[in-house]
Write a protein that binds this ligand. Structure first.
Ligand code: XBP
Ligand code: MG
Length: 259
């Protein structure tokens, strides 16, 4: 009998490739609209992605570039305003359906539902970004497939802190060893591991491919599906050709072996 009770998914980079051509241009559009001469090119955005959370990323950018406003300017309010504008731009982009789910995501979600395995989300991004992505990727009612959507500022510390995964586990009422996390980044993998979860990492692009991902047992380039070969970067798929429930259960069982 399967010991796997739930799968907890990250969103950005995992469910969809959102960063380079989604969040990044939305930040830049917000900067333009505020008449700030800031522009995050692809390479710079890669560096900035080491900080999770949009507001935190803007603050880190200002600090690292020594950008300071007149003391009369409320910097926190300025950042919050920029971030609200960024979210509006990003949501508009999502509403065009421009950002699809990654390979194998819909397949794995369907398999999990058919097997009675519960689904949850643990993400750093703003909650409305999650539901807009889910509502605009071509699967009707997808947001309702997720019993728990833990997102954004609801925890004191964002990834790599474990808080958002711990929140999702508490909301599910499950122990970490009953679940597996699916992540795409070093920060995300470290957050999942710190919450006691075993994780699969699905690298997405140059932003994450060279990261180390802590001690996760399986790193692949996509979840995969028929006709799309999965490249295994760490670990093994066993008899499977793509990341299916049997593979996730194997990842989960290694948790028991390690403990
Ligand atoms: C995602 C993020 C987010 C998005 C921006 O990290 O770092 O900050 O880039 O989202 P993860 P907001 O995939 O590890 O959860 O601007 O809405 O914060
Ligand atoms: Mg991610």
């Amino acid at each position: 009998m399967s010991g796997l009770k739930a799968i907890i998914f990250d969103v950005d980079g995992t469910l969809a490739d959102t960063e380079r051509d989604g969040h990044r241009p939305a930040f830049n559009a917000a900067f333009d609209a505020a008449q700030l001469a800031w522009h995050w090119d692809i390479a710079r955005y890669g560096e900035l992605l080491t900080v999770t959370g949009g507001k935190e990323r803007i603050r880190y950018f200002m600090d690292s570039d020594g950008i300071a406003f007149d003391p009369a300017v409320d910097t926190e309010a300025l950042i919050a305003g920029l971030h609200r504008a960024k979210t509006q731009h990003y949501v508009k982009l999502l509403q065009t359906g421009a950002i699809p789910l990654r390979s194998g995501v819909a397949r794995l979600l369907r398999e999990a539902r058919a097997a009675g395995i519960r689904l949850a989300i643990a993400t750093t991004t703003t909650p409305e970004n999650v539901v807009e992505l889910l509502d605009n990727c071509g699967i009707s009612g997808l947001r309702d497939w997720f019993e728990v959507i833990a997102a954004g500022d609801v925890v004191p510390a964002k990834k790599p802190a474990p808080d958002i995964f711990t929140l999702a586990l508490n909301a599910l009422g499950l122990r970490a060893e009953d679940c597996v996390a699916v992540e795409d980044s070093d920060n995300g993998a470290r957050a999942a591991l710190a919450a006691g979860l075993k994780a699969v990492v699905v690298t997405v692009n140059d932003y994450t491919a060279a990261q180390s991902f802590g001690e996760v047992p399986l790193v692949v380039d996509q979840l995969g599906e028929p006709g799309q070969a999965v490249r295994v970067l760490r670990g093994a798929l066993g008899a499977a050709s793509w990341v299916d429930l049997a593979v996730l259960e194997q990842v989960q069982r290694q948790a028991y072996l390690v403990e």
